[in-house]
Design a protein around this ligand. Structure first.
Ligand SMILES: Nc1ncnc2c1ncn2[C@@H]1O[C@H](COP(=O)(O)OP(=O)(O)OP(=O)(O)O)[C@@H](O)[C@H]1O
Ligand SMILES: [Mg+2]
Length: 272
């Protein structure tokens, strides 16, 4: 394994077998009244993969992430994580099982500092993992210090030391997104799902985010499923790209393959 800046114990202390995240989505259909947001979707994410999901506005990308994280319940189909069915579990149960996510709009608490936001996410993780919390409960202060250490390592990893005491609401978009990634990572997720992690970023901010995602994936085999509109970023970081249009999966393959796929070109030209 490569040397790692900051080497967060969050990742280093978790045995590789406990970071396995094989996601299978089979024949998933999600409807809202007369609208079919997702139609017969099949998707497979192998442990250690970084996969991007793209498609025009309203294609169903966020809806799929919402089904995987338990925010939406599909009418038909099945979702499994490491072979276990998770289709009807709640967001809390899925977070406890190791599905961490960020949202298209922010989930940060604007009136809290960066450090407090991360500490809160970390505490939520412990609350989910009751056994772990109980195991350490004989010394609450030691446990608090241990969690603080994990968060400090996360702050180092994400290079947000200078803004640790800033209120989240006062941060520029790129840094808020980075803290938001930290919030999801504080859950120590097996599967990380990101909804538009580059949204609203400058070129430089985007480059930073790309570096963090690649480092997570390359060095720690973090399994990542991300949704994005920024094509250059998607094509540069993903080995596999999945394309949705009107709730249907229209293509799947290497960046080269999907960029030259006639249905994908048509979907995007139509969007323009
Ligand atoms: N809670 C909801 N209630 C009703 N319709 C919804 C709901 N969530 C999503 N939809 C509809 O489902 C379809 C897919 O929406 P979704 O948000 O998944 O698209 P998307 O691919 O994420 O688009 P964007 O790129 O604009 O974020 C849209 O027609 C949307 O209006
Ligand atoms: Mg969306």
């Amino acid at each position: 394994m490569k040397a790692f800046r900051g080497a967060p114990s969050l990742f280093a202390s978790t045995a590789p077998e406990n970071r396995q995240a094989h996601l299978e989505v089979k024949d998933l259909t999600l409807e809202f009244g007369g609208i079919t947001a997702l139609s017969k979707i099949d998707i497979s994410v192998q442990s250690g993969e970084l996969i991007s999901l793209i498609g025009p506005n309203g294609a169903g990308k966020t809806s799929l992430l919402n089904c995987i994280s338990g925010h939406y319940t599909p009418q038909r189909g099945k979702i499994t994580l490491n072979g276990e069915e998770i289709t009807h579990l709640s967001p809390h149960q899925l977070a406890a099982m190791g599905i961490g996510r960020t949202y298209q709009s922010f989930e940060l608490f604007g009136e809290m500092t960066v450090l407090s936001n991360l500490m809160m996410a970390r505490h939520a993780h412990l609350k989910y993992n009751v056994a772990e919390a109980l195991l350490f409960s004989e010394n609450v202060r030691t446990e608090e210090a241990r969690q603080r250490q994990v968060v400090e390592e996360l702050i180092d990893f994400l290079e947000i030391q200078p803004i640790r005491d800033e209120l989240a609401a006062n941060l520029p978009m790129g840094l808020r997104k980075r803290v938001d990634l930290g919030r999801a990572l504080a859950l120590n997720p097996k599967l990380l799902i990101l909804d538009e992690p580059f949204r609203g970023m400058t070129l430089e901010e985007k480059d930073h985010m790309i570096r963090f995602l690649l480092e997570l994936n390359d060095t720690w085999q973090q399994t990542i499923l991300l949704v994005e509109h920024h094509m250059s970023a998607v094509m540069s970081i993903s080995k596999k790209v999945i394309v949705f249009d009107f709730g249907i999966k229209i293509a799947e393959g290497s960046p080269d393959f999907v960029q030259n796929h006639p249905q994908v070109i048509k979907a995007y030209l139509g969007d323009m």
